[in-house]
Write a protein that binds this ligand. Structure first.
Ligand SMILES: Nc1ncnc2c1ncn2[C@@H]1O[C@H](COP(=O)(O)OP(=O)(O)OP(=O)(O)O)[C@@H](O)[C@H]1O
Ligand SMILES: [Mg+2]
Length: 355
């Protein structure tokens, strides 16, 4: 027999404006076992963050909105918890961690949450050290928060919530504001956490690359705030692909590539590059679709930069940039957060190359 679910949501609906018929969340039902992880996916505005606020008890108590249905966490309805009591069970890390900070230093920020939970003073220091080690920020214990990078701030926000030992951890787009390097670091930290901390995990993300091995299960919301799929991500891609595209849900890049470019889609669509690499031998002779007309007109230079540098108030912003842009070409310029004076890039197109 299955254990009683740790999270149980039944017929949850929410409207912000009671004079308006349109619901932001509509008839949401799902359950989660203790320790289970899932990805909550849906287009912008489908109600993912709103659902988070329902789960941590902000609706209907603290925020305006008309909520119906039931949410039971750890055997008790969220409405029946005392204010603040639910934060022992549900911890949320928001997309922009800056909005969560109210102290100056890293250790004070973690201590703030512990003080609110009336943690005895003698236990605080050990707890702060423990969570800083968990997220890999031990050497920043006394650092000023303003001096941390975006990825470090995200890890600090995670540490603050982990200090409260939630049974359900919700990460609302934890890598949305990060460059790829910082995003990878935060993902690595979260994957390590999963091995060390036994809590349920809900990850809300638009960008699925890197997350598919964290959770098998996904819940998909549509534009109307309904759940239209609850099951394995692989099944969602296999059976609901047109619907996923219609609803604007991003797929892992490898899956997108295979689905768009392979003439015959394999029975198991790869979700990661590693999976693709192991499958590619089994595909035999791959028939790729013909490329579209882009990249054809790469012989007429349209913009050419050679050793362009830019300095403001003695600060070097751009450093020796050289590249050529060709007529009708689409180019993405990519760089790490705050790459500033170190911004140099490699650019390949046809036989042109610049550093
Ligand atoms: N306090 C509010 N009052 C009125 N409408 C709101 C409020 N908060 C959110 N909404 C609306 O509810 C809908 C769902 O918003 P929500 O932030 O939950 O979406 P989301 O799925 O998290 O989107 P994103 O991926 O962009 O973060 C949106 O249409 C939004 O404009
Ligand atoms: Mg959101």
């Amino acid at each position: 027999m299955k254990n009683k679910p740790f999270v149980y949501v039944e017929n949850l609906s929410l409207r912000f404006d009671h004079t308006n018929e349109i619901e932001t969340l509509s008839n949401i039902s799902f359950a989660m076992q203790e320790g289970e992880s899932l990805l909550l996916l849906g287009p912008s505005g489908s109600g993912k963050s709103t659902l988070t606020f329902c789960l941590n008890g902000l609706y209907p108590r603290e925020l305006d909105g008309e909520m119906t249905g039931d949410i039971v966490i750890a055997g008790k309805r969220t409405n029946d918890y005392q204010p603040g009591e639910l934060s022992q069970f549900v911890g949320v890390v928001f997309q922009d961690p800056e909005t969560q900070f109210c102290m100056l230093t890293v250790e004070d920020e973690i201590a703030f949450g512990l003080e609110n939970m009336c943690t005895p003073y003698e236990k605080m220091s050990a707890k702060i050290d423990e969570v800083l080690a968990l997220v890999g920020l031990s050497k920043y214990k006394t650092a000023t928060i303003a001096r941390l990078s975006g990825g470090q701030k995200q890890k600090l926000a995670l540490a603050c919530i982990l200090a409260l030992e939630p049974k359900l951890l919700i990460l609302d787009e934890p890598t949305a504001n990060l460059d790829p390097v910082s995003a990878k670091e935060v993902m690595k930290t979260i994957k390590k956490l999963k091995e060390k901390v036994n809590c349920s995990l809900i990850i809300i993300e638009h960008q699925l690359d890197g997350w598919t091995d964290v959770a098998e299960r996904c819940i998909l919301l549509n534009q109307k705030g309904n759940i239209f799929f609850d099951g394995s991500l692989r099944d969602a891609i296999a059976h609901e692909y047109p619907k996923l595209i219609e609803e604007g849900i991003w797929l892992p890049k490898v899956a997108q590539y295979v689905l768009h470019h392979m003439e015959h889609v394999p029975a198991t669509v790869p979700l990661t590059l590693a999976e693709f690499a192991t499958q590619v031998n089994c595909f035999g002779k791959i028939e790729w679709k013909k490329p579209t007309s882009m990249q054809q007109n790469v012989t007429v230079p349209f913009i050419k930069l050679e050793n362009v540098s830019w300095t403001v108030n003695r600060q070097r912003i751009l450093s020796r940039i050289s590249f050529t842009l060709y007529k009708d070409e689409f180019v993405a310029i990519v760089g790490a957060n705050g790459s500033g004076e170190n911004l140099t890039f490699t650019y390949h197109c046809g036989d042109s190359k610049a550093n």
